[in-house]
Design a protein around this ligand. Structure first.
Ligand code: SAH
Ligand code: TMP
Ligand code: ZN
Length: 405
């Protein structure tokens, strides 16, 4: 399979202006067996802005079957914070919805709550093991990608949906127009499409370039979501900030003219104008900051190595793949990465092949420096690893710039 590269915006067909090249990257959650000599898939992780609809998007799309398959490792229920969040989301939907559809339901963290309440629902989840986990939790799952075709089939069988929900999934789907045509076919007259995803404004504010990877095809703003929705008869009627994943945005859309937009929409649009989030200049400044972080991080790690100090990574996150491959950091600079996920342990990271060890390896003995890839969980991790600092260890972070804690 090969990547598809397009110079045209996938949302509106407008011209793309590339502003950031994060180099050759692997599939970010494709952890390999050590010594695996089979060729590794790679693509150019480059980011562009559409000069018409302003949507920020990748230039090359990785085939979806290479990312979302039987062994896709991410599980929504793996984090207590996410479980709580999805429980709240479900209870909110239960107040109004009698037919709830989720795109990318994963292990059913949200829909299992809907199922227990006895409310009609369907989840789309192409990744086999995740879909089975949802089914075991009582969720009605279609082990399939959601697109226009699948949506039309569901609408014909089950009628209109009150809520279509996609958390951390809408931005994963390059063929967004197909999804929006599907939503148009499926949504009842007063139904809502609720999208939770990373927000470009947060990525720029933190210089968190590591949130860009094969899976995160789009980086949304209120401007770009509004433009994409309008091409398919949908209006943006609400926006809310969320605390999950270190900060996200919830966009609510509905059929044009059926709901009055909340004042929060106009407020966020105005804030984006002020910050220049719909333009190219802010994106170019971001790209300059990213290049500086790479140079600083490589210089810092090289300096520590030359002084004989030991550095290990903490959290074999999807984010770490972007950092390691963009900065060309291998086991010579970061000897291993510790991680609590059994499916990642004793494998190596995609691309740079840094070994992954269980969390217990962190203290055997403590390294001099720990490079924190799971920075969105910093509070929890620092609280648990207090002994590391008492033993003289230091945390090294690279967002919003390279610094020690
Ligand atoms: N909604 C969950 C899972 C997010 S991970 C959460 O927020 O925690 C993204 C999920 O979307 C993966 O489980 C992946 O298999 C699924 N996915 C990717 N493309 C999809 C598509 N076209 N339709 C439905 N699900 C998709
Ligand atoms: P993600 O950000 O790509 O979801 O990955 C988070 C990874 O970090 C996951 O593999 C588990 C790991 N992790 C730890 O190893 N220790 C921790 O304390 C936390 C919170 C996460
Ligand atoms: Zn466009």
């Amino acid at each position: 399979m090969t990547v598809t590269e397009r110079a045209a915006c996938r949302v509106c067909g407008g011209d793309l202006e590339e502003f950031l090249d994060l180099g050759r990257q692997p599939v970010s959650q494709s952890f390999r067996e050590p010594g695996d000599a089979t060729p590794e898939f790679g693509f150019r992780l480059a980011v562009a802005r559409c000069s018409s609809c302003t949507m920020v998007q990748l230039v090359e799309a990785v085939p979806r079957e290479l990312m979302f398959h039987e062994h896709y490792p991410f599980r929504s229920s793996g984090s207590a914070a996410l479980r709580d969040h999805f429980g709240r989301v479900a209870r909110r939907f239960l107040e109004t919805g009698t037919f709830i559809v989720e795109i990318g339901c994963n292990d059913g963290a949200m829909l299992a709550v809907v199922a227990r309440a006895g409310v009609r629902h369907v989840g789309f989840e192409p990744s086999g093991q995740a879909a089975r986990a949802a089914r075991d939790a009582g969720v009605r799952v279609r082990t399939d990608f959601f697109d226009e075709h699948a949506a039309r089939a569901l609408a014909a069988e089950e009628g209109p949906a009150d809520v279509v929900y996609a958390a951390n999934t809408m931005g994963h789907i390059p063929d967004l127009p197909s999804v929006l045509r599907g939503v148009d076919a499926l949504l009842g007259p007063d139904g809502v499409l609720v999208v939770e995803d990373f927000y470009l404004g947060d990525v720029l504010a933190r210089t968190s370039f590591d949130q860009i990877n094969d899976e995160h095809f789009y980086l949304f703003t209120a401007h770009s979501v509004l433009a994409a929705g309008r091409l398919h008869g949908l209006d943006l009627i609400d926006v809310e900030r969320l605390a999950v994943h270190g900060g996200e945005m919830r966009f609510t859309l509905a059929r044009a003219g059926r709901h009055t937009p909340s004042p929060a929409v106009a407020a966020l649009l105005a804030e984006e104008e002020e910050r220049g989030l719909a333009g190219l200049a802010a994106l170019c400044r971001f790209a300059t900051d990213v290049a500086r972080i790479r140079d600083d991080l490589v210089a810092t790690l090289s300096d520590l190595r030359s002084r004989g100090l030991r550095v290990v990574g903490y959290g074999a996150t999807a984010k770490s793949a972007t950092v390691l491959n963009f900065c060309e950091i291998g086991p010579d600079l970061v000897s291993f990465i510790c991680d609590t996920t059994p499916a990642k342990q004793n494998r190596v990271t995609p691309g740079r092949h840094i070994p992954i060890r269980p969390a217990t390896a962190f203290a055997e003995p403590y390294p001099d420096y720990a490079l924190l890839f799971a920075w969105d969980h910093a509070e929890q991790i620092l609280a648990r690893e207090q002994e590391f600092r008492r033993a003289g260890g230091r945390w090294l972070l690279y967002v919003p710039d390279v610094h020690l804690l």
